[in-house]
Design a protein around this ligand. Structure first.
Ligand code: SAM
Ligand code: SF4
Length: 393
């Protein structure tokens, strides 16, 4: 890679950063012996990182997966994400414009080694210029995988246009197949509309459809096998996401959240789960092949479990996040943000300046969970001010 850091263990490729986030001894060593807090806040260039090194951090991880929030607004009020009354939405001029989004993605891909893009929010489908944004990005990057995470409301009307504009695939969040439970979780009675969106996305061929589900104790946890049966029988890949402490109501507790181990236990009553032999390759979800107990010789599908709390994967994190107002968040749980919007709007500031500021932001990426160790339930974990919807999940 040829990085001139004079700090071999920090400048090593991402694979050398260690694969066990829970212990993270390699990254600990690197942080302890070579990079102090001042390095985290100093510029990447001062630490010897060059433009061609991309979005490298001081633990040797390189971000290639860009998560871009298109809006902070949403038309659902999921209890684990938004308060019932919603949030104070950003003024339109504080949010990245379509042209700014297309430019940022171009800088990410052409200058900084971004290799895949996920559009998220808030709810991306509420943006009137969504199809134009996708088309603009696609025209610059014919081969870039572009996916979108959505709650599915309105997808039935936009799926074809999004496919035609160049969207590669879609993740739809769906926590329950029961109207009452769906309404309890999202505070809105819109299950039929979400199902219509999923159906249309499948019909137009929006890639492998992934379904995201968060299980909440005593509400939809009993549904986990039914959700999996529904997903595999439709050819969708279900992914359970452990609930993270990013809710507006600060209702999360370590004891109350449902762990990946519990989820696997419930699924295994009806299904046989065996590790997916494919390389995880930095993916947040641990994937399992699914066989029905009634037909154990047939792989019915795949299920993924994103265990950010109980089986964290920070040591292999490859994500860089941009909020709807153009701020880099190097980590979902970070307390720091770096503004790119101001630079984008400064006349004469070129792509290289934006790229350099983005690199600085990523150089300071915390080791894990927004701090120097994993532990979302630990006493020293401090929940960020922003909710998942405002960060861009
Ligand atoms: N509105 C879109 C949606 O719901 O798919 C995109 C944004 S949403 C913030 C992205 C994902 O984050 C969703 O799958 C949602 O379930 C998940 N999410 C939100 N809050 C969460 C939390 N506290 N813990 C775990 N996942 C969460
Ligand atoms: Fe909206 Fe998505 Fe958050 Fe639900 S999870 S409130 S759909 S942003």
């Amino acid at each position: 890679m040829g990085i001139q850091l004079g700090m071999p263990s920090i400048g090593s490729p991402p694979s050398a950063a260690g694969s066990g986030c829970a212990t993270g001894s390699t990254a600990d060593d690197a942080a302890g012996s070579h990079a102090g807090a001042s390095d985290a806040n100093g510029s990447a260039a001062a630490a010897g990182v060059r433009a061609a090194d991309g979005l490298l951090d001081r633990y040797g991880r390189r971000a290639t997966d860009m998560r871009l929030s298109l809006t902070d607004k949403c038309n659902l009020r999921c209890t684990y994400c938004m308060p019932a009354e919603g949030l104070d939405w950003l003024a339109k001029d504080k949010v990245l414009s379509g042209a700014e989004i297309v430019r940022l993605v171009r800088i990410g891909v052409d200058e900084l080694g971004v290799r895949e893009l996920r559009l998220t929010g808030g709810e991306p489908l509420v943006r009137a210029d969504l199809v134009d944004i996708v088309a603009g990005i696609r025209s610059n990057h014919p081969d870039l995988p572009i996916s979108m995470t959505t709650n599915g409301l309105g997808l039935d009307k936009k799926a074809q246009a999004l496919k035609d504009a160049g969207l590669t695939r879609i993740n739809v969040s769906l926590d329950s197949l029961h109207p009452d439970t769906f309404a309890q979780l999202t505070r809105r009675p819109f299950l039929p509309r979400v199902l219509a969106g999923v159906e249309e996305a499948a019909r137009v061929g929006l890639g492998l459809i992934k379904i995201n589900a968060v299980l909440m104790r005593g509400i939809n946890d009993v549904e986990s096998p039914d959700l999996l049966e529904w997903a595999v029988s439709h050819g969708f890949e279900l992914r359970f996401i452990e609930q993270m402490p990013l809710d507006a109501d600060h209702g999360w507790t370590r004891d109350g959240m449902i762990s990946a181990a519990e989820i696997r236990g419930w699924l295994e009553r009806d299904f046989i789960l065996t590790p997916d032999p494919r390389q995880r390759d930095g993916a947040p979800a641990e994937r399992w092949e699914v066989r029905r107990r009634s037909a154990p010789d047939v792989v019915a599908g795949i299920v993924g479990i994103i265990a950010s709390v109980t089986e964290p994967f920070c040591a292999d994190c490859r994500r860089t996040r941009i909020t709807a107002e153009g701020k880099v968040r190097s980590c979902l749980f970070s307390h720091e943000e770096t503004d790119l919007l101001e630079l984008l709007r400064t006349p004469g500031s070129g792509d290289a300046a934006v790229a350099a500021r983005w690199q600085d932001a990523m150089w300071g990426k915390p080791k894990a969970h927004g701090m120097d160790h994993t532990g979302l339930g630990d006493a020293d974990y401090v929940q960020p001010d922003r909710t998942m919807s405002a960060i861009g999940g």
